[in-house]
Design a protein around this ligand. Structure first.
Ligand code: F6R
Length: 608
């Protein structure tokens, strides 16, 4: 959850570290700190608040030195106070560390260390690591770090500096940590956008691996101190892609990037009559034919994508699908075996709950395929195979383009499985491919009408509550619309299957309650949803409806409508979600919310 950056260079590092950590503020933003070392002295500045607020107060670039670490915090252990902000130090003040993760046995370790005379000055779990390093330091920093990580249980992405060493020692277990190979300087970071301006050559640290990073060399070791050979990988995003490019917020930029992001997701995976993802899926035709069940595990927006995926897969392949909250999956002895495929969906590839669910599935011998955006992530490495979404860096905390790209991957998998299983005839495959190819331009046309959604936001932004209703494949879109509004505008919103309204939520409806219906025209649920709209109107509710272009009848019935183009029923969610993302964005903007850094949230949730 927290952001980490470190740099060893021949030049002054504080300015660069500040620039880099700003790129990671989306990971955590309740406090920030930096330590720099000039070979003689080691100095720290830190405080609570967002990076710019703290920088105004402490002026980070006053820190001198060619080596340093920076950290933006999302509190887990210990309140949000200046003392609890990272970096943390030992009793001597010679060691300084930044950490992302949770040390599960910190209480026992702290007790032992106090008995040995160590003095603690924070409420964090992290501080025990600094004291463990001090306790084990005999002149070699790497050895001290190895001894310390040998004692801790839990997750860590760790950066360590010591006053007497021109090196950063980095270590990782279950929390992302990346080494950036620069020109005459080297970096560590928790997430690649931090360092993209300086290098695109990276090495992903594996679990229980340690790196010793100096200006001209990086060496890798396992936790036993054995040398490890690692591969340098090239990032295919560039720094510009990770910037706002004139948009007021990353969230808005990423909503508008969806036509391009989806085109990237599709790119190279289609010809006119086939879906070309066999190698990525990594299953033989025989294995696919033997699949008895698919279980989708994910959290938040990824879970909503999974619900849409369930609909797609069952409809077109007739393979039974279950969608599970990853956080609940392993606590109920799930029924999966080697005839089950588990699909894990994650933008960041680092969500701890999803990772834990995958491990549970693998223990039970299921095949795990992940749908991931960030390359080199923990979830990718834990999977039997990965199909990337290729949607480019998603920086806004509220997920938007990753969601639509996840839907595209699920659709590609669906059509591929349907074809392999022989339940989708060739002509249908061809038609499904043609439908998908229309989506980027259709989303573009919704975005071109976005002023209309802005006006809608202006009408309703002061309301305290909202209900989002949908049916069939659009029910998960109602959930997603409500989640987006809650996250970025702090307006209480609930998503429901429209027909469930009469079993309870209808009691909420009055003249102050906007009800957002996803009411696209199809031959399954449309007539029923018209009935639900009538029920709402007759109780004085305000109806905002996402309708299909040309649906004049419905347009006249509702208070506000936003139309989307027609495509096949199964692809409707890719279109109907876009106005709801924009509605949430514009309402939050009108309410003056900090859209890219919503309170209490972090971009990747690396704690269970
Ligand atoms: C919502 C949102 C979260 C994430 C969830 C899973 O806008 O961003 O609900 O979808 O935390 O994250 P990933 O996809 O990174 O596993």
């Amino acid at each position: 959850m927290c952001g980490i950056v470190g740099l060893v260079s021949k030049r002054e590092v504080s300015k660069i570290l500040l620039e880099c950590i700003r790129k990671l503020e989306y990971r955590g933003y309740d406090s920030v700190g930096m330590v720099c070392c000039d070979g003689k002295d080691i100095c720290t500045k830190k405080d609570i608040g967002k990076i710019d607020e703290v920088d105004k107060k402490v002026n980070f670039i006053e820190l001198n030195g060619n080596m340093g670490l920076a950290h933006s915090r999302w509190s887990t252990h210990g309140r949000t106070t200046k003392e609890n902000a990272h970096p943390h130090t030992d009793c001597t003040g010679d060691v300084s560390i930044v950490h992302n993760g949770i040390i599960e046995n910190h209480l026992e370790l702290k007790e032992e260390l106090i008995k040995k005379g160590h003095k603690f000055s924070t409420e964090t779990d992290t501080e025990v690591i600094a004291h463990l390093i001090e306790e084990n330091y005999k002149g070699d920093l790497k050895d001290a770090v190895l001894a310390a990580v040998g004692k801790i249980e839990g997750s860590y992405g760790l950066g360590v500096v010591h006053k007497n060493h021109d090196e950063i020692v980095a270590a990782r277990n279950e929390s992302p940590l990346i080494v950036g190979i620069g020109d005459g300087e080297n970096f560590i970071c928790s997430d690649v956008p931090a360092i993209l301006k300086y290098t695109r050559n990276v090495v992903y640290l594996g679990n229980e691996e340690v790196a010793v990073v100096t200006t001209d060399k990086v060496e890798f070791f396992d936790v036993n101190g054995e040398w490890v050979d690692k591969k340098v990988e090239k990032i295919d995003w560039d720094a510009e892609q990770a910037q706002k490019q004139g948009y007021k917020h990353f969230m808005l930029k990423e909503i508008f990037e969806q036509p391009r992001a989806i085109s990237e997701t599709i790119n190279g995976r289609l010809d006119d009559s086939d879906i070309l993802i066999k190698d990525e899926i990594g299953l033989s035709v025989d294995e696919i034919k033997k699949v008895k069940k698919i279980v989708i595990v994910a959290c938040g927006t990824g879970w909503h994508a999974g619900l849409v995926g369930e609909f797609m897969i069952e409809e077109l392949t007739r393979i039974p699908v279950e969608v599970e909250y990853a956080s609940e999956f392993r606590y109920r002895n799930p029924i999966v075996d080697k005839t089950t495929i588990v699909i894990a969906i994650s933008q960041s590839g680092e969500t701890a709950d999803t990772l834990a669910a995958m491990k549970e599935a693998k223990k039970k011998r299921a095949k795990v395929i992940s749908i991931v955006n960030v390359k080199g992530s923990s979830i990718e490495r834990e999977s039997d195979s990965t199909v990337y979404t290729h949607s480019g860096p998603e920086i806004g905390v509220a997920s938007t383009k990753a969601f639509t790209s996840q839907l595209v991957v699920l659709y590609l998998m669906t059509v591929y499985f349907g074809k392999v299983k022989g339940v989708l005839p060739q002509e249908q495959v061809r038609n499904r491919i043609r439908d998908l190819r229309r989506v980027p331009l259709q989303i573009q046309s919704i975005l071109e009408d976005s002023d209309y959604i802005k006006e809608c936001a202006e009408l309703y932004y002061k309301r305290a509550n909202a209900l989002y209703l949908g049916r069939g494949i659009n029910y998960p879109i109602a959930l997603e619309g409500a989640l987006k509004l809650k996250e970025v505008s702090y307006v209480h919103a609930e998503g429901y299957p429209a027909a469930e309204m009469k079993h309870g939520p209808i009691a909420l409806i009055d003249k102050d309650m906007p009800v957002v219906f996803v009411a696209t025209k199809d031959d399954r649920t449309y007539s029923k949803i018209l009935g639900n709209i009538e029920e709402t109107k007759s109780r004085g509710g305000i109806v905002i409806a996402i309708i299909t272009k040309g649906d004049k009848g419905l347009k006249e019935k509702v208070d506000t409508n936003v139309h989307i183009p027609k495509n096949s029923y199964i692809l409707t969610p890719l279109l109907s979600v876009v106005p709801l993302q924009l509605l949430a964005y514009y309402i939050a903007d009108k309410r003056g919310c900090d859209i890219d850094k919503p309170r209490n949230l972090a971009k990747s949730v690396t704690v269970e």
